[in-house]
Design a protein around this ligand. Structure first.
Ligand code: KIV
Ligand code: ZN
Length: 516
């Protein structure tokens, strides 16, 4: 269990890899989950909810591998109130030095009647049985009352008391449907503290969804009422409108310590890196005006604001960009830079790549430096992110596209598939269509293109384009990235990247997909 002697220490429980990953289009592969887990650990997240092990073999493997690599954060897995779920979860988290089973059951009248079709007394028994079973397997057990904010208060008190009596050390009261208002949710937490006789034996936790845009407000109101664990996700990723955003919770605690005298253990300077990693992997862009991590969060456009900023930064800035790890783009390396400097820069940017991957990144960096005057950190991140996958059966070799207003687009593409070179010419409705048709001819497949997104990595017309492609096949989605100064090459790389991920996913059969 995460020991927190300080009464005002807030435990940060990150569920990006579970509740976040469960949201449409946000699925991540194993290697991506490990990268996210590594950043969360480095940031100082107390508990990483790594997945829902019974949901699929892929989920089990991801939780198991995170448990095998993360040492400084507690690794948690989710389980419904059944023996099979709880045992599978215990098995998945076994390698972790600090591990937690998070088991849950719905407690609201609506959920018990329609979703579970169980009588309240039976639900109450299941609470005791599931927590007791989990406690036989691990010391650290969290119990959640799903749809807790819409649960009858007397019944919620009985369930919480039973869960604590059976050994739960953390009691989580989710606002599953994002329905609560801050004063109401705070009152619910205060009510539990007041009425549950053994409440001092557990830490109260909150888990808020953002359907009314109140997830962060509700979480902070609950903290003021006595909750000491907040469940949240990077960029507020999550089901429907998402979960409470980790970066907003943590920066509100830091910036308004005058009114919120609590502290988290998060190194806030890693926030920007974590945010970019998660949006890059999932292809879910952060809205420009998103608090803390939006592109405009620290931009001052109006003349009056700029004038004020120049006179004194605090006139319009309540926190510094540096405090969230946002540094101005720095000119890092040029075409004469050597391998050692490049490697050191990669390390500073948080990448621990194997020798082959460094070699490939270095080769692409040199190539980029030949074509682009200034190479910035963002360029290097984009290059590395588009190649950071393990298995690559398909390799991009070259692309030439002819297009314009006077001719039909035609793409001339070279790929290497399982080591064998392939070359094809294809046409299409536009240059992107021609490029993707060429890929399709060389590697026939049935996946549907769900997302095609382009963004400029830096400013200027020589900027690299970063393309995100999401493919869907039989309900499985994968996201691939590609970066290049040529948008079409970036598009081809992104598509190939996504196909490689799909091939890995095809091999991992999911018996049944579950979500919580
Ligand atoms: O929103 C919710 O209720 C959940 C639980 C499984 C904790 O995600
Ligand atoms: Zn949730």
């Amino acid at each position: 269990m995460t020991e927190c002697m300080d009464q005002n220490r807030i435990i940060i429980f990150d569920t990006t890899l579970r509740d976040g990953e469960q949201s449409p289009g946000a699925s991540m592969n194993l290697e991506e989950k490990l990268r996210v887990a590594a950043v969360l650990e480095e940031m100082g997240v107390d508990v990483i909810e790594a997945g829902f092990p019974i949901a699929s073999n892929g989920d089990f493997e991801a939780v198991n591998r995170v448990a095998g690599t993360v040492a400084r954060s507690t690794v948690c897995g989710l389980a419904r109130a059944t023996r099979a779920d709880i045992e599978r979860c215990a098995e998945a988290i076994a390698p972790a030095p600090m591990k937690r089973i998070h088991t849950f059951i719905s407690t609201s009248p609506l959920h018990m009647k329609y979703k579970l079709q169980m009588a309240p007394e039976r639900v109450l028994e299941a609470v005791t049985e599931s927590v007791a079973l989990a406690r036989n397997l691990v010391d650290d057990v969290e119990w959640s009352a799903e749809d807790g904010s819409r649960t009858d208060h007397d019944f919620l008190c009985r369930c919480v008391e039973a869960a604590i009596a059976a050994g739960a050390r953390t009691i989580n009261i989710p606002d599953t449907v994002g329905y609560a208002l801050p004063d109401e949710y705070a009152a619910l937490i205060a009510m539990l503290i007041d009425r549950v006789p053994n409440i001092d034996k557990a830490i109260l936790s909150v888990h808020c969804h953002n359907d009314l845009g109140l997830a962060v407000g509700n979480s902070l109101a609950a903290v003021r009422a006595g909750a000491r664990q907040v469940e949240c996700t990077i960029n507020g990723l999550g089901e429907r409108a998402g979960n409470a955003a980790l970066e907003e919770i943590v920066m509100a605690l830091r910036t308004r310590a005058d009114r919120l005298p609590y502290r988290s253990g998060i190194n806030t300077e890693l926030i920007t890196r974590a945010s970019r990693l998660v949006s890059g992997i999932t292809g879910i862009a952060v809205q420009p005006n998103k608090a803390i991590v939006g592109k405009n969060a620290f931009a001052h456009e109006s003349g009056i604001h700029q004038d004020g900023m120049l006179k004194h930064a605090q006139t319009y800035e309540i926190m510094t960009p540096e405090s969230v790890g946002l540094t101005r783009s720095t000119l890092v390396l040029g075409k004469h830079s050597g391998r050692a400097a490049f490697k050191a820069r990669l390390k500073d940017l948080g990448y621990a790549l194997g020798d082959n991957a460094v070699e490939e990144a270095f080769r692409r960096f040199k190539d980029l430096a030949d074509r682009k005057k200034d190479v910035f950190d963002e360029d290097i991140v984009a290059l590395v992110d588009d190649q950071a996958d393990g298995v690559r059966r398909i390799r991009f070799v070259s692309l030439e596209v002819l297009c314009g207003s006077k001719r039909a687009p035609a793409a001339d593409l070279e790929l290497e598939i399982d080591g064998a070179p392939g070359k094809v010419k294809a046409s299409g409705d536009g240059p992107v269509d021609a490029t993707f048709n060429a890929i399709h001819q060389l590697f026939p497949h049935d996946a549907n293109l769900q997302l095609f997104q382009v963004h400029a990595v830096t400013q200027g017309t020589d900027a690299q384009a970063e393309v995100t492609v999401r493919l869907e096949e039989d309900g499985k989605t994968v996201t691939g990235q590609g970066a290049d100064t040529d948008t079409l090459v970036a598009a081809a790389r992104a598509y190939v990247n996504a196909l490689n991920k799909l091939l890995v996913k095809r091999e991992k059969t999911a018996p049944k997909a579950l979500s919580a």
